[in-house]
Design a protein around this ligand. Sequence first.
Ligand code: ZN
Length: 73
Amino acid sequence: MLDCSNTRYGTCPCGGRYTERSVTINMTSSGRDVVLPDVPQARCPVCGSSVYLLAHLELIEAVFHARTVEPRD
Ligand SMILES: [Zn+2]
């Protein structure tokens, strides 16, 4: 039987089945603290590796590379 809840993350190279959970990502971008709550993340219970959906990786990168537009003097 195909478990659709896991297929979107693919299968871990170690053969484990990813389990999805929500995590809060804290990072610093352009000197500011940025918090992304409730980001879906899949974690392999066998080897402990974590993966994100491509869309969320792009979101994380977009935030990380965002430039704050503030006047300098
Ligand atoms: Zn694994």
